[in-house]
Write a protein that binds this ligand. Structure first.
Ligand code: DC
Length: 233
């Protein structure tokens, strides 16, 4: 069976990772959450005092100098059997999902040196195809030749509700308004940054899932994937 690359881009909390994970399972593909990689570098920056409330240039310079020492990798967790993100050999899957990391991540993801390092790593993961990767620049920069490109969107309010529910389920103390503000700020920063801003690739299929259930969405995307794979036989 020929293998393809599936690139899923879009705004935060549009359910990209849920759909991407199920798709990868259904096709027997590798799933890569690139947001987790940017979050892991952000966690490193926070833990080492390179970012704070002000976004001083000096902090970023120190982070850039340390980048060769920042190892981000996915390893299979024996309990869940899922690939989880590791930062310098430590599993940080839970730690990277806090609102604190969400608040800082767009700044870190805008640093060209950070993107260069992570994009190179992502491209290596896709050399043999058979991969579903989600992020912001997968169809435009990481895999511009991906056989299937999707661009997911939904209203900021719907996305904030989803994220708010997730954070409450984790036991984090946050308010809906804080989460909505973070979603809106990240939308703005991610789509206006100079290096690889979030934008739809010309050949991407748009999915607005404000009112579409994940099941329906997944079935439609799986159908697209099968049709593309069939054509390549
Ligand atoms: O998918 P996420 O919300 O976990 O991503 C966290 C942040 O990382 C997001 O605000 C933008 C950034 N990001 C990026 O710039 N490029 C990617 N390919 C993936 C994520």
């Amino acid at each position: 069976m020929p293998k393809i690359i599936i690139a899923i881009d879009g705004y935060s909390s549009t359910g990209k990772s849920t759909v991407a994970k199920r798709l990868a399972e259904a096709l027997g593909y590798l799933y890569v959450d690139t947001g987790a990689m940017y979050r892991a570098v952000t966690l490193y920056a926070i833990e080492n005092g390179f970012v704070g409330d002000g976004d001083g240039i000096e902090d970023f310079q120190r982070l850039k100098l340390q980048l060769p020492k920042v190892a981000v990798a996915f390893r299979k967790d024996p309990k869940s059997n899922q690939f989880q993100i590791h930062l310098n050999d430590k599993n940080v899957e839970f730690k990277i999902r806090t609102l604190e990391v969400s608040r800082q991540v767009s700044k870190i993801a805008a640093i060209p040196e950070v993107r260069e390092k992570l994009v190179e790593q992502q491209q290596k993961m896709g050399v043999e195809k058979g991969i579903v990767m989600d992020g912001r620049d997968i169809g435009t920069v990481v895999f511009p030749d991906a056989e299937l490109k999707l661009f997911m969107t939904a209203s900021a309010e719907k996305r904030a509700q989803r994220r708010y529910k997730e954070l409450l389920e984790r036991g984090d103390e946050v308010s809906y308004d804080e989460v909505l503000k973070n979603v809106q700020e990240r939308d703005y920063l991610d789509s206006t940054r100079e290096t690889s801003p979030l934008r739809k690739a010309d050949d991407a299929i748009v999915f607005d899932n404000s009112d579409m259930g994940l099941e329906e969405q997944f079935e439609r995307i799986l159908d697209f994937s099968h049709r593309i794979i069939e054509k390549r036989k």
